[in-house]
Design a protein around this ligand. Sequence first.
Ligand SMILES: Cc1cc2nc3c(=O)[nH]c(=O)nc-3n(C[C@H](O)[C@H](O)[C@H](O)COP(=O)(O)OP(=O)(O)OC[C@H]3O[C@@H](n4cnc5c(N)ncnc54)[C@H](O)[C@@H]3O)c2cc1C
Length: 334
Amino acid sequence: MGPESDRPDLPREPLEPEGPRVGVDEWVASADRLQDRPTGVAGALRRAGEVVTPPIQLAIFAGLAATVPFWLGTGDLFTYGIFVLLYVLLGLGLNTIVGFAGLLDLGYVAFFGFGAYFYAILSSDHYGIHWPAIVTVPLPLLDPPGDEPAALRFTPRLDDKLAAARLLRMGQVVKVVVGFRGSFWRTIDGLHDVQFIHVFGRPLPTWWMPLDPEVPRLTGWAGGPHAARLAGKSLVALKDLAVRSLSDALGLSPGDVAPQLESLHLHDWTSDPLSRGAYTYVGVGGSEAYRTLGAPVANTLFFAGEATCGGGHNATMEGALRSGRRAATELLAR
Ligand SMILES: Cc1cc2nc3c(=O)[nH]c(=O)nc-3n(C[C@H](O)[C@H](O)[C@H](O)COP(=O)(O)OP(=O)(O)OC[C@H]3O[C@@H](n4cnc5c(N)ncnc54)[C@H](O)[C@@H]3O)c2cc1C
């Protein structure tokens, strides 16, 4: 057997490729680009964009933008166009700031803020452009005393509305959500199926049991004058009041309850500057006030919110939703 027959069967040497050599990464990228390459009108625009330089692109954009006032007047195109642009703006803002995770943050809110300021500047005396708007804030925000933050000021004043607002009152609610080490109350006789307990005369007179009995959390609730007394109190003061109210409700001593307490969260609608109360109720002579509150002004300002809903639906989610639908219908029909 000669030396030739000792050599194993080796694959034949590859032929030299014609043209320049391409690295694997580069090849994959170019293949992706080819696959992504849009066809039709989108493709033609994309290819045109690659050829036209940025200054010329800007000039074309500015030229087209300058024609907008001539063809975009009022009507459906304007209405839907605004909505589409708003959603595009919000969608882009969301993705730019937080990626596709869908989380909200302050930056996202800033996009709404931008729209609000832009609207306000256009509506000012300087420009006098009055696009329609829906005002839907809690009743006390329409006419708060003094220079409180978030107060709405109407120029000229809406005296009819402010008079109607004074015929309604704002109910007060304070809630304290208390987390415990365990659901220790479940061992107390008679509390197995109870949904809530009233303990009259205590600072937090109502206690809600959790829907899932395994969750070691109770909610203390105070409404009306009780809530007004608790409004603005510190968490430390509330912790003490919560422990004492709850121990009375459960028939235990504060010394039994306090060591179980792990966390305490306060929801104080009365002190919240953006609500200044929980929900409206009708004062003397105020049964028709909702009509005046909900009436449009100059076919430009439209009003929604639970206080503008009649038929006994004020102070509820149902009332808020109905008023929103009514205001939107009025605005679209203007
Ligand atoms: C503790 C509690 C329990 C309730 N329980 C029930 C119930 O069991 N069933 C039921 O049907 N209803 C219930 N309600 C009532 C119901 O939640 C309200 O009626 C409803 O949420 C009111 O909706 P709204 O849109 O009118 O006002 P809101 O939901 O208060 O919305 C008004 C918005 O305006 C914003 N705002 C305030 N000032 C400004 C400003 N200057 N500029 C811009 N925005 C501003 C506020 O931040 C707020 O987001 C309850 C309410 C509370 C507080």
